[in-house]
Design a protein around this ligand. Sequence first.
Ligand code: PLP
Length: 388
Amino acid sequence: MAEDFLLLNPGPVPLSDAVRRAMDAEMVSHRSAAFEAVYERAQEGLDHVFTRSSPNGRPTGEGTSLILNGTATMGMEMAVANLVEPDSEVVALVNGKFGRRFARIADRHCRVERVEVPWGESFDMEEVAAAVTDDTDLVTVVHNETSTGLLNPVSGVGRIAREHDAMFVVDGVTSVGGDVFCIDDWNVDVAVTDAQKALAAPPGVSALFVTERAAERADGASAPFYEDLDWHLRKAESHQTPFTSAVPLFRALAVAVEQIVEEGMPPRIRRHHRQARAFRDGFDALGLEPFPEATGATVRSNTLTAIDLPATVRESPEEFFAAVSERGVSISGGQAHLGGEIFRVSNMGNLTPDQVLRGVRAVGEALAEVGVGCDPAAGVAAARERLE
Ligand code: PLP
């Protein structure tokens, strides 16, 4: 019997049946009490995820969760645009595609200094410390760089930003909901996440956590009309957005975050860590090499795994990806210049241990099919050992 389709791309991720069902209900007005109740449920769940993702679930951070009618790139722009003026200076940390996106967004609004290292490499914290000065208004960093599978040292960067009283905006798109994230302890002023990643909701909406410090400094008039933070915060008090909300997506998000609250953040984070290690152990046992060069305070991601494609596969990577896909499994290649050089699998959301094992098996069998000498069963055994 053919196995079900298994989505292991680093977003969107598989949806639970309850989340899917939530979208199939009678339409209501985005100005109705019924919609406000949905927004409120989603907000309460997001508050929990944003502020209870410390290792032991201890609360960290006070502020407002906002839901946006757009994906996280809108949230990234909204965070930056409301906190800078044309003569402001942003320090943007870039070691992958999404760090670069933050810098490009900031370029449209003010002056930007990049602290840049090759994609997949760690930042030198001394270089970061030298770049951030008392003239810096805002610092951006991506916590989990989805393009490379690196987890960046947000707490160290946040300490430097706060020493200079700069605002600190963090992209937690592929960490929030699956990994440790500490608003207060890391001096985060605005955190951004996406629905379709570790929250395991459908794509199309995203969320911001805005601390009181950031809300006080924000100037909505300096932002694009659709992204006026003051306006969003005002409307959120009555559980609405300024414009028409994507009602079915909000419903699905409300259910997804309620399922996270039910699992509890510390156990959910531990499960994500265990499953990422299982993928890494499985791929190690297949003889594969990790892609990112995690050194110092930068470590490998706990929500996705990036692996170097073996030299023989690089000659025609499409054959390998087709062989994975024939097994009903969807994984990702590298982005931009990393296309054809790496592959990436996600363990975000609500994967079962069997789904992780199936991912390792599909990769192992596909490699063997395209002529890479490896033992798929050994990969699966190594991953299973980690999951038990
Ligand atoms: N930031 C990170 C780390 C991401 O992984 C992504 C999407 O993959 C984004 C931002 C942008 O998300 P979107 O394309 O949904 O706007």
